[in-house]
Write a protein that binds this ligand. Structure first.
Ligand SMILES: *Cc1c(COP(=O)(O)O)cnc(C)c1O
Length: 355
């Protein structure tokens, strides 16, 4: 830390991304990327002309991409704002909709970035404990007087809330914005985007990073009533109006055009999830019911970190969190068929050694 850093940032604890080690080739099951690459159409869509146009700024309104996403979601273009990864949409939401004296609320076990963004923006936050079975009890989300952030399905647990429960939270917090983070919704969840006409306090955030094989392209978006989107655009145009680069705008359009390919990929992931869950349970693991492209699993009597370290030694990366409540667990992304098979064989060896 230099002696020049602003007082207000000196205590900031930054988000720690999943490790991306370069020392050897790992089977990467630690950051929930899609195990398949972009569609054949996307692979071909960037031409030499596109690259030579990079001397020109991109369209700050992102018209083509906003239009095709709106059509895909059956909403209007004024209901959407694109961001550089959905993390940016989350940060803008903390900036725009949380006041210092009321603050934010979210579950105690959820996406680690929420508390980071709250701290970054000087926003007080309330962490509401998940139940013992790691589900959300929506009765704890009544008239909170705070802006609510809820990942649905949740991470790292993988557990989803039904749309009825989301509606319950919206109905019981009419004077606060409820932000529903749907990073994993395409793997079996129910999206709240179809509720935006009924609720002026609903903002849905989605990403191309997980189900659209585009974590490296950095593309996300917020969906909500036109007024909420206008508020977010006020902040976007006050920070970086050119937040999506020309190549990603074009790739985004091709991604939606070849949506069938991505839907098939999600089917493969859900099939893999079923196989992996059954194999893990046969071995003796406890696996939470997942609607995402990862499973959250523990082996009774063996601590999570030992399993994580043994897997890493053998070239497989998963995500372990040191938080007391979940330290027995590991979050394991659903890989392709071969990766799942290797994972299962390796875990059988490891559990045999550690038991
Ligand atoms: C991965 C993830 C995101 C956002 O990722 P981006 O790459 O910034 O779009 C948001 N929320 C949750 C819960 C996630 O797991």
């Amino acid at each position: 830390m230099s002696r020049f850093l602003s007082e207000k940032y000196k205590k900031l604890d930054a988000y720690v991304p999943g490790e991306q080690p370069k020392d050897k080739k790992y089977i990467k099951l630690n950051t929930n990327e899609l195990p398949y690459g972009p569609s054949p159409e996307v692979l071909k869509c960037i031409t030499e002309n596109d690259i030579s146009d990079l001397n020109l700024y991109p369209d700050p309104n992102c018209t083509d991409l906003v239009t095709i996403i709106a059509k895909h979601l059956k909403v209007k273009p004024e209901n959407i704002m694109l961001t550089n990864g959905s993390d940016d949409a989350l940060n803008f939401s903390f900036m725009a909709f949380c006041d210092k004296n009321t603050g934010a609320a979210f579950p105690d076990l959820t996406y680690g970035f929420y508390s980071v963004f709250a701290n970054l923006n000087g926003i007080d936050y309330l962490e509401i404990p998940l139940e013992d079975d790691f589900t959300v009890d929506v009765n704890k989300y009544v008239n909170l007087g705070r802006t609510i952030f809820i990942a649905n399905p949740n991470a790292p647990t993988g557990i989803a809330l039904t749309l009825d429960k989301i509606r319950f939270i919206l109905d019981n917090n009419k004077d606060n914005v409820v932000i529903v983070d749907e990073a994993y919704v395409d793997f079996g969840g129910e999206s709240a985007t179809r509720l935006i006409d009924k609720y002026d306090n609903l903002l849905v955030i989605q990403t191309f990073s997980k189900s659209k094989a585009l974590a490296g392209g950095r593309l996300g978006y917020a969906v909500g009533c036109a007024e909420l989107i206008k508020d977010l655009n006020l902040l976007r145009f006050s920070t970086n109006p050119y937040n999506i680069d020309r190549l990603t705008l074009k790739i985004g359009v091709e991604t939606i055009k070849s949506i069938k390919y991505y839907e098939r990929c999600c089917e493969f992931v859900m099939d893999g999830r079923k196989i992996l869950t059954e194999e893990l349970e046969d071995m003796g693991f406890v696996v939470l019911p997942s609607k995402t492209n990862f499973v959250f699993a523990k082996f009774p009597g063996i601590d999570g970190e030992s399993i994580y370290l043994k897997l890493k030694e053998r070239g497989i990366l998963v995500r372990h969190f040191k938080n007391e409540r979940i330290k027995d667990f590991n979050r394991i992304s659903i890989g392709n068929g071969k990766e799942i098979a290797t994972l299962i064989d390796t875990l059988k060896e490891i559990i045999g050694e550690l038991k």
